[in-house]
Structure formats: structure tokens, C-alpha cells
Design a protein around this ligand. Sequence first.
Ligand SMILES: Cc1cc2nc3c(=O)[nH]c(=O)nc-3n(C[C@H](O)[C@H](O)[C@H](O)COP(=O)(O)O)c2cc1C
Length: 208
Amino acid sequence: MTRLLHISASPRGDASESIRIAEVFTSTFADTHPDAAVEHWDLWDGTLPDFAVGARAKMTVFSGATPLGAEAEAWAGARRVFERFAGAERLLFSVPMWNGNVPYVLKQFIDVVSQPGWVFGVDPVAGYSHLLAGRGTRVAVVYSSAVWGPGLGAEFGRDFQSTYFTDWLHWTGLTDTSEIRFHPTLSGDSDAARQAADAAARDLAKTF
Ligand SMILES: Cc1cc2nc3c(=O)[nH]c(=O)nc-3n(C[C@H](O)[C@H](O)[C@H](O)COP(=O)(O)O)c2cc1C
């Protein structure tokens, strides 16, 4: 059974624009893919482990040793997060812009799952290899912001949100990526932007 996992990075619940657009996507997906399973993972729900001890475990693994004790526990916790993420054939991320970039909880998720042997390999001559490539996983991302928008000057900020996140997805090997954007800006027509984002979400979900 195909599994669509929606991973949301806004803590704003019912007030969230990015989650609302993602839910237009998931409800259209459910209607048009009746055999698929749809799951929502709110990254703010307390299940994402911190990575203080995990960082030590990562360097232990990097040096070729096996994490023990607290490090082993942290490593196993990170592995559970990785499996939840990497086990889905279809991924939908909803991502607000926070201070030009992604919310820190999404960076925490990235730091937890991006491990050697799981997401990447590295070779002194060839550099990185991308271990999630070739699995047929498709990824859709809803990006939202309120001030920055495509075409505006740098006085309205700059986009390190989609540039950073797309680069991370591609680095893992997840290169089949699509975007749905909601950037009403301070002077734009937010109702029209909302309708356009909803229409884009519905269109993509039908064939996802
Ligand atoms: C902590 C925080 C930082 C933000 N930083 C920016 C920013 O740098 N640029 C911008 O255009 N909007 C910024 N915003 C506005 C949000 O990106 C915008 O309201 C977005 O739609 C929020 O998504 P959500 O409704 O799904 O929570 C920020 C909002 C918050 C809460």
C-alpha cells in the first residue's frame, strides 16, 4: 500500500497557512488514491528527539566504532525517526519561512535523520553518495512566507528556505521534488494567492 507522510513544520495548528494548504493536498490525494494510507506528523508533537548525545554517537560511527550506552540509545532513537521518514513512498512537507530559513524544528529533523549509511555515504575522492536515490520516492513541499516573495528586492528578505531545503532533499537522493508556494507578501492579494496555492495543491495531489 502506498503511504503518504505529511511532515509539518509550523506550530500554529489551525491558524497555519502551510498546514491548511497541505491538507487540501492530502484530502485530494486521499480522494484520488483510495488505496493509499495518509499520515500526518507534526514535528512539534514532542516525538522528535534532541540530538545532543546523538551528535556524539554520530562521530563514534564516523570513526568506525559502535555507539554504546547512552549513545546507543540516542542512535536507536534517531534510527526510528529515519525509518518513519524513509519508509514513506510519498512525502509532503509543509514549511513556513522563519527568518529567511526553515523553522528550527525542521533543521532538528534534518540533523537527526542525516546519518552516514542511512542518508549519505562519503568518499575522500568521490565525495558524497546519496543513499535515498533510486527508490521512486516523490516529494512535494508547501512553502509559505508573509513578507518575502519571488520578484521582490532584498529589502524584503532573501529565500534561504526553499534553497536550503531543496538542496538537502537532493543531497539525500530525493530528486523528484515539486513545490507549492504561498507568498502573499505585504502588498499582494492574499485571497488570490490562497486560491492559487489551493489549486496547485489539488492539481499536484491528483497525479502524485
Ligand atoms: C518566527 C517567525 C519568523 C518569520 N520569519 C519570516 C521571514 O523571515 N520572512 C517572511 O516572509 N515571513 C516570515 N514569517 C511569516 C511566516 O513565514 C508566514 O506567516 C507563514 O505563512 C507562516 O506559516 P504558517 O501559517 O504555516 O505558520 C515568520 C513567522 C514567524 C512565526
